[in-house]
Design a protein around this ligand. Structure first.
Ligand SMILES: Cc1cc2nc3c(=O)[nH]c(=O)nc-3n(C[C@H](O)[C@H](O)[C@H](O)COP(=O)(O)OP(=O)(O)OC[C@H]3O[C@@H](n4cnc5c(N)ncnc54)[C@H](O)[C@@H]3O)c2cc1C
Length: 285
């Protein structure tokens, strides 16, 4: 196996252009599991951990541009105020050891329906910044997930960063698993409120072939939240929001949970997430 270790992103995309069969490795917490299970080793590993430009985040044009090499531990420690739902989801990933190494870019690279970063990225309207020797392009998160473990990256592209809009209101993330930690989601939900735009974003995980939004639930919440008064959220509105989130899913029966359980759990998680988020609106007044 060839092992390439670029130190600049230009060298990284040049290497990827010259060796399109090269497989990127960031934290290695997905990739190394596969190799240890005897998956056919790639001919070339492209180690991105030495690419300094990928290791930082910056505030830019109303968003936080999170370099592809920034691990979950730093998102939790440094970005909980600006990207609360992503930070909440990051706290639920694996263990401290995993969170010290693993990255959002690696989660996107794997593009598992169960990836915990995906619902908050969908709810907040994040954008994936991809690059190749042909140039850079911005992929809206809605267009990134193409199927089970399939994403919109071309063979010669790498993720340079993920741009997450700075929170403009309360956000929540809720995940259910078969135990409290070190667990793949049975299902998960993220909710993001934008108080200025009076919009509501959603993201659903582990309940369809890809992570997805629940557009009907979003427009229902926009029409029924008491934006002007900031008064209490009607229980019926929260319940109906949950039902519409569950209706947007297309879950399956598998070892982690049944289709029926996932739908029921999604409705409950979404109802709670909206209720908690709206309670934070009141708290801020
Ligand atoms: C014990 C354990 C617990 C876990 N718990 C969770 C959990 O609770 N929730 C969860 O969502 N996941 C979990 N995972 C899975 C994993 O930690 C996450 O998916 C993580 O985000 C992967 O990031 P990484 O940097 O380690 O990716 P890597 O393993 O380095 O890479 C993953 C994939 O992304 C590609 N890739 C990486 N960086 C780039 C880039 N810059 N451009 C293009 N492609 C790239 C790689 O080629 C590979 O295909 C767990 C894993 C383990 C081993």
């Amino acid at each position: 196996m060839d092992f390439l270790q670029p130190t600049t992103w230009v060298d990284a995309i040049t290497a990827k252009a010259e060796r399109p069969d090269a497989v990127a490795i960031a934290g290695g917490t997905d990739l190394m599991v596969g190799l240890n299970f005897g998956e056919r080793p790639p001919a070339v590993l492209l180690d991105l951990t030495g690419v300094v430009e990928m290791t930082e985040w910056v505030r830019e044009d109303g968003a936080i541009r999170i370099g592809a090499g920034v691990p979950y531990a730093r998102i939790i420690a440094e970005l909980a105020g600006d990207t609360p739902a992503l930070a909440m989801a990051s706290r639920t990933v694996g263990s401290p050891q995993i969170r010290n190494r693993a990255t959002v870019a690696g989660n996107l690279g794997t593009a598992s329906p169960a990836g915990d970063a995906h619902p908050p990225l969908l709810a907040t309207g994040a954008v994936v910044e991809a690059a190749s020797v042909r140039g850079r392009r911005l992929i809206p998160i809605d267009e990134f997930f193409l199927g089970v473990k399939r994403n919109a990256l071309a063979a010669d592209e790498l993720i340079l960063a993920v741009r997450v809009p700075v929170a403009a209101g309360p956000q929540q993330f809720a995940k259910i698993g078969t135990r409290n930690s070190m667990v793949i989601a049975v299902c998960s939900v993220a909710v993001a409120l934008d108080m200025a735009a009076r919009s509501v974003g959603t993201g659903i995980g582990s309940a369809a072939p890809t992570p997805r939004r629940a557009p009907d639930a979003e427009s229902f919440a926009v029409a029924n939240l008491p934006w002007a008064s900031g008064g209490a959220l009607d229980d019926e509105v929260a319940r109906e929001f949950g039902a519409r989130v569950a209706a947007a899913a297309a879950p399956i029966d598998d070892v982690r949970g049944s289709e029926a359980y996932r739908r029921r759990a999604l409705a409950v998680l979404a109802r709670r997430a909206l209720t908690w988020a709206w309670a934070d609106v009141g708290g801020a007044r």
